[in-house]
Ligand binder design. Structure first.
Ligand code: AMP
Length: 130
């Protein structure tokens, strides 16, 4: 059974897409901890990032770097933080979060609920900067 993220890649479930290439895909987290919170995933399904083969992991990191640069251009922030957890969705994903302070990477703190129009506007800004 395909993961929810594979179904997003396949267009079966909608998302606020940021970027895609042959092997990787980036889209906004539906429950962001900060505006611009983005997930970067490999198209190959693997539950655990350190199970990825070296080439896929290296490519994922480089793709995430390009997305992070676009986020920083689009969303004012001190830097883009990186987190990998995978406690909820069994498909490797890197969280990229625009940060002003250390607490912005505290996922237990609560999440934002943004209107679809605002999510789309944020995605569009990051897409344009990519
Ligand atoms: P974790 O597996 O603990 O790293 O967290 C999974 C993340 O995926 C959470 O931040 C969710 O808000 C996010 N998420 C779950 N389903 C979707 C979806 N359909 N679209 C975008 N983000 C999602």
């Amino acid at each position: 059974m395909a993961t929810i993220f594979t179904r997003i890649i396949n267009g079966e479930i909608p998302c606020y897409k940021i970027a895609e290439d042959e092997n990787y895909f980036a889209f906004l987290d539906i429950n962001p901890v900060k505006k611009g919170h983005t997930l970067v995933i490999p198209k190959v399904e693997d539950d655990y990032i350190f199970n990825l083969d070296d080439q896929t992991l290296a490519g994922l990191t480089l793709f995430a770097k390009k997305v992070a640069i676009a986020i920083q251009k689009a969303i004012p922030c001190k830097r883009v933080g990186v987190a990998v957890m995978g406690m909820e969705v069994p498909h490797t994903h890197i969280h990229l979060v625009p940060m002003e302070s250390e607490g912005d990477l505290n996922f237990a703190k609560g999440k934002l609920k943004l209107e679809p129009s605002e999510m789309e506007a944020i995605a569009e800004k990051i897409r344009k900067a990519f």
